[in-house]
Ligand binder design. Structure first.
Ligand code: NAI
Length: 223
């Protein structure tokens, strides 16, 4: 495991994509795939794929390519998707509800075991198979169930205080949607900030490039 701890973050960011893609191939009944085919389908270069997978010891065989199921399983192990890290979600509003009901935590290494909010009107509501509890219950819940990760779907201004409390309760990792740049003064706390808007801006950038090229082409044509 320590070997995987030094892998660059750009490689780690690509691993879920490999995992997802290999899962699609498996569903289609594909048993093996050459690195060239894999690269064409994933729109990565074959050498990029080889380099990425070599970080973990390499899984391909010369002249055979990759065994889809084996490779997916190995990547899954590296990602830890076979684990069941106890996870709690704070903020049972629109986003919290959507995440709790539409993200399959169980197949991604985490198990959602509790949902909390400080709005009395939401307490007792059912979200998926969990019942929303009051944030006052967090300490007792953590003492009993020892969750290790927390999903934050609360407003910006509430984030730091909640995160500080959760760290004291043993939380080691935050999946933070709150648009607040969480700063935690401990080296062993993991923060994964998510900004869906960034993905939209990437789309906007690509559209901007595409339409600018088209505009330039039509300008040249008209001249
Ligand atoms: P919402 O208002 O529907 O839900 C927020 C929930 O947090 C409410 O149920 C509220 O009672 C609860 N809450 C507030 N303070 C709390 C505290 N101290 N402890 C526990 N619960 C508390 O808002 P929505 O739409 O669900 O958004 C939640 C947050 O996520 C916002 O900050 C929003 O800006 C952000 N967001 C981030 C996205 C991203 O891509 N990162 C996308 C969409 C929203």
């Amino acid at each position: 495991m320590s070997k995987n701890g030094s892998i660059s973050s750009s490689v780690i960011k690509r691993l879920p994509r490999y995992y997802r893609f290999l899962g699609e191939l498996k569903k289609q009944g594909v048993d093996r795939i050459s690195s060239r085919e894999l690269s064409q389908q994933m729109k990565l270069t074959a050498s990029q794929i080889r380099q990425d997978l070599n970080c973990f010891g390499g899984f391909g065989q010369q002249g055979y390519g990759y065994h889809v199921d084996e490779l997916r399983e190995e990547i899954g192990k590296i990602l830890g998707v076979d684990r069941q890290f106890g996870t709690i979600l704070i903020g049972a509003g629109n986003l919290g509800n959507a995440i709790a009901t539409h993200i399959n935590f169980d197949t991604r290494g985490c198990k959602l075991i509790g949902i909390f909010d400080n709005n009395e009107q939401l307490i007792g509501r059912q979200v998926g198979n969990l019942t929303v509890r009051h944030t006052d219950e967090i300490p007792a819940f953590c003492n009993e169930h020892h969750p290790i990760a927390a999903v934050l779907c609360i407003p910006k201004q509430a984030t730091q205080q909640i995160a500080d409390t959760l760290v004291l309760m043993g939380i080691k990792a935050f999946w933070n949607f709150s648009h607040y740049g969480l700063s935690i003064g401990y080296d062993d706390i993991i923060v994964e900030n998510v900004h869906l808007g960034d993905s939209l801006m990437t789309l906007s950038y690509r559209l901007n490039v595409l339409t600018s090229e088209k505009e330039m082409e039509s300008d040249e044509y008209e001249q």
